[in-house]
Design a protein around this ligand. Structure first.
Ligand SMILES: Nc1ncnc2c1ncn2[C@@H]1O[C@H](COP(=O)(O)OP(=O)(O)OP(=O)(O)O)[C@@H](O)[C@H]1O
Ligand SMILES: O=P(O)(O)OC[C@H]1O[C@H](OP(=O)(O)OP(=O)(O)O)[C@H](O)[C@@H]1O
Ligand SMILES: O=C(O)c1cccnc1
Length: 484
């Protein structure tokens, strides 16, 4: 997919504005921040994902002959602008928070520094990519959290909102913690495990359930998960599965991974009964997998009900993030460079304090508690400000400014989480493999307290502004109100 040209994957207005910037000789370098305002699904954090696809998109940005011809056919773009587009390349800098990182509202996930005409074009594609994958990665992290260490398989392709959502959703789901996916193309593209059992049609295609199980076990003895709910889970499915396991045992066939899957009915009741039947037959290590419209809340409830399930297949609710279908990331202008090569901060006002943007050329420091390695807060600062772990650090809530905390020198550590990705149009970032991102994401989740990870009413991590950034914002707001 890396050679795919998505240059026209943009909103029409980006192109009409680009022509406007071109005609008005607006060549100044600007800074845009991509950030979001609210965690999806009422979560206490989000997981970033999609950067690798943004990188591919930027690398392949070029208006090919067919693109120019199409734009010409719209009868709105002049020849001088179309000629400019022919040689268009992204020439700017991009900074981003690496995929799989735990992030919080209002933090720039991606920062674009480029001539305005270039920075404007990339808005839509960056948002569609990052919004989708971050949404699904976050949802997956919730589902995996609910599963408390059990494996969660991503099964959603057939109910995803189309092929792209299925493919990149599977990628994001693995980043968020799924152990693999049923999506074979995602497996090939991203080198992630492909997993699966079999469908009811397999059972129904044979004259009886027992024969269907027997044929499946013969073909796949080392990954033998039998679907037991086609006819009657406890009266037929589980007893037939046990018969098959007995035969395999009698024939000394190794059974490294075997068990059953149930896909309907009361999963707590049925799994407990099935567990007892399997244990009574000596199959203590038989896996009980479950699927059936699951989500994080149902898995959590089934855990509370002590369901004897140790493997989870989750489709529709995960791949579509059904309870929260949009991530809500936005892309806002933060600064414009003047003739003296200085960034002049820009701010977007709103009636809603939370919606007022953070101006200037910013970066983000993550503050960890030294003893525990857990996140204490994040600090959005201006580029060039320096902080020392050997000095006390006063942080305060940017909205309720009286909420202050003084971090004592030596009790905290700092990590800058925005990393350089493009420098003068050249990619200088190497994306780790998806399974490496998944491991990194698991470590990231370990830096959160359980209070932030709980599914309902989580504790919000503080995202504070540095003193300098706060002052700059306050001054801009003051100026704005004076000019009104
Ligand atoms: N013990 C349980 N506690 C809470 N929810 C459960 C429990 N067992 C199953 N569920 C959920 O209840 C919903 C309905 O499940 P059920 O299998 O009875 O209906 P169904 O999927 O429509 O059945 P079928 O597949 O036979 O048409 C599913 O979302 C399932 O995950
Ligand atoms: O329930 P979800 O979370 O979306 O998980 C995926 C579902 O897809 C399959 O059902 P489907 O009825 O499509 O096929 P089947 O005949 O194999 O059960 C599978 O059995 C799961 O129930
Ligand atoms: O392999 C499975 O069991 C599977 C795959 C996709 C959807 N439902 C189930």
């Amino acid at each position: 997919m890396s050679t795919m040209n998505l240059t026209l994957l943009t909103d029409f207005y980006e192109l009409t504005m680009m022509q406007g910037y071109f005609k008005n000789n607006k060549t100044e370098t600007v800074i845009f921040d991509a950030f979001y305002r609210t965690n999806p699904s009422g979560n206490g954090y989000a997981i970033t994902a999609g950067l690798d696809q943004v990188i591919d998109y930027i690398k392949n940005l070029r208006f090919v002959t067919e693109d120019i011809a199409y734009l010409r056919s719209l009868s709105i773009f002049d020849e001088d602008f179309l000629a400019y587009l022919k040689d268009f390349r992204f020439s700017g800098d991009i900074y981003a928070i690496p995929e799989g990182t735990v992030v919080f509202p209002r933090e720039p996930l991606i920062k674009v520094i480029a001539p305005i005409i270039e920075a404007q074009l990339v808005e839509t594609a960056i948002l569609t990519i990052i919004n989708h994958q971050s949404l699904i990665a976050t949802k997956a992290a919730r589902v995996v959290y609910a599963a408390k260490g059990d494996g969660v398989m991503e099964f959603g392709l057939r109910r995803a909102q189309g092929p792209d959502a299925g493919i990149y959703g599977a990628r994001a789901a693995v980043i968020g913690g799924c152990i693999g996916t049923s999506n074979v193309l995602a497996g090939q593209l991203f080198d992630v495990p492909v997993l699966g059992t079999h469908a009811h049609s397999w059972i129904m295609s044979f004259s009886d359930e027992y024969s269907a199980f027997q044929k499946y076990a013969k073909l796949y003895p080392d990954k033998c998960i039998l679907l037991v709910d086609t006819y009657d889970t406890l009266k037929s499915g589980v007893p037939n599965a046990i018969k098959i396991f007995d035969e395999m045992k009698a024939n000394h066939i190794p059974m490294p991974y075997y068990g059953i899957r149930m896909d309907s009915g009361d999963l707590a009741y049925l799994s407990k009964k099935a567990r007892k039947m399997l244990d009574d037959a000596g199959y203590y290590d038989a896996v009980i997998a479950a699927s059936s419209d699951l989500d994080e809340y149902l898995i959590d409830s089934l855990k509370t009900q002590r369901a004897a399930i140790s493997s989870w297949g989750v489709g529709t609710n995960l791949i579509t993030s059904k309870d929260c279908p949009a991530f809500g990331g936005v892309y806002k202008l933060a600064a414009i460079m003047n003739e003296n090569q200085e960034f002049i901060p820009k701010i977007k006002l709103s009636e809603n304090t939370e919606k007022i943007t953070n101006p200037g050329n910013k970066t983000i420091y993550r503050i960890y508690e030294k003893d525990t390695g857990k996140i204490k807060a994040d600090l959005i600062s201006l580029v060039g400000e320096s902080f020392s772990e050997d000095e006390d650090l006063m942080i305060f809530d940017p909205i309720e400014t009286w909420k202050k905390t003084k971090l004592k020198a030596g009790t905290y550590t700092l990590r800058e989480i925005l990393e350089p990705v493009f420098k003068s149009g050249e990619c200088i970032y190497k994306t780790p493999k998806v399974m490496e991102i998944r491991n990194y994401c698991a470590q990231e989740l370990d830096t959160l307290w359980d209070e932030t990870k709980r599914l309902i009413n989580p504790h919000n991590v503080y995202v504070d502004l540095s003193d300098q950034l706060y002052q700059m914002k306050a001054e801009l707001l003051d100026k704005m109100s004076l000019t009104e």
